[in-house]
Design a protein around this ligand. Structure first.
Ligand SMILES: [Zn+2]
Length: 355
């Protein structure tokens, strides 16, 4: 199994920071930036027409936007400029977001406020400023996965969190505001709209068949073969039957688990190689780094754990070099997706990429 050591330290404003190391390194670097109070938690409101929760995070407007490399807050601290990470080197680091959309409940807000309770964290994949998850070495990807697993396990214990969402955005086209390789973890005080919908479909399937839906989906992909992009002993990657984006790839463990925390070491060890292959294939389609959103679908913390299966969903909005798919009228207003590439075609393109 992969040994990973976690060291917990405190940041200048009281936030927690966790270092994940493959070697038993002593981490003691002190964040010497002058103290600044943390923003109060935001509130959230329920959409009167749909019942969906909307987080009101107005304080996020002031956050860093594409700073030059020498002012990157995710680089290690090597000069007088104190970054978010006080050490001068690191492997993988996770810390609480400085301007979170969801944060621990506070008694400083008026009682009629519905607080956006939860937790938002930043996962820094490397101390090198360039790259993304797929460009890391396999061992480093495994350390990132260990951090995702550990944070999912720990955050799931918070009484005010219902769902833990681990994701990476890559490319300015999908709203990345910092170029340094990193991802985020959003932990919500409610079950998100998409998961709510997936839960009801998966529950109906389970009631009818006694089998988790993702297990039946994988069976079908093996039967059809035409949408499979990659496979190894423990994982399968495929373009879903009704993909919503020009390049959408789902990667799932062959054996059902509800979330990252439930992955065995053996299955986790097999993830980095297939993840790397999938991301290389994605970049290989047009020979350019693809903008994407890589999202871990996990069962909620307290419900749906025997029917909703873990999978890693990559969606790219790039249709062709120089062309992006915008969420236009039908998608934005009605949530009804229109696709102009057949999933079997994009799976073929992805398989044809020479690695
Ligand atoms: Zn950086």
């Amino acid at each position: 199994m992969t040994f990973v050591k976690r060291t917990e330290l405190q940041m200048f404003d009281g936030r927690q920071i966790f270092y994940y190391d493959r070697e038993p390194v002593e981490r003691t670097a002190v964040d010497i930036r002058p103290f600044e109070p943390r923003p109060l938690p935001g509130d959230m409101r329920q959409d009167l027409l749909t019942g969906e929760w909307i987080a009101m995070a107005a304080h996020r407007q002031g956050r860093a936007f594409l700073p030059p490399k020498e002012f990157c807050p995710l680089c290690p601290t090597k000069s007088d400029f104190g970054t978010e990470i006080a050490d001068s080197t690191f492997e993988v680091v996770v810390f609480e977001n400085r301007s979170p959309s969801f944060s621990a409940p506070s008694d400083q807000l008026p009682p009629e406020t519905i607080q956006a309770s939860g937790r938002c964290e930043v996962v820094v994949f490397s101390d090198h400023h360039e790259g993304s998850f797929g460009s890391l070495e396999i061992a480093q990807m495994r350390t990132v996965l260990a951090a995702w697993i550990d944070r999912t396990r720990e955050i799931s214990k918070l009484p005010y969190v219902e769902q833990v969402f681990v994701f990476e955005n890559r490319g300015e086209e999908v709203g990345v505001t910092l170029n340094h390789p990193h991802g985020q973890i959003y932990s919500y005080p409610f079950i998100t709209p998409r998961t709510t919908k997936m839960f009801s479909v998966a529950q109906a399937h389970f009631d009818e068949t006694g089998v988790p839906l993702i297990t039946s989906v994988i069976e079908r992909e093996f039967k059809d073969q035409v949408r499979i992009v990659a496979e190894n002993e423990h994982w399968i990657s495929y373009v879903p039957f009704a993909a919503r984006y020009p390049y959408e790839i789902h990667t799932a463990p062959k054996k059902f688990v509800p979330d990252l925390a439930a992955l065995s070491d053996e299955v986790a060890d097999a993830f980095p190689s297939i993840a790397k292959e999938v991301l290389l294939r994605l970049d290989g389609v047009f020979g350019i780094p693809m903008a994407y959103i890589a999202a871990w679908h996990q069962a909620p913390v307290r419900t749906g754990r025997d029917v909703l299966g873990l999978h890693w969903q990559i969606t790219s909005i790039r249709r062709a070099p120089g062309k992006l798919k915008y969420l236009a009228g039908s998608e934005s207003a009605m949530g009804a997706f229109i696709m102009d590439v057949k999933p079997e075609q994009s799976a073929q393109q992805l398989r044809d990429v020479q690695l």
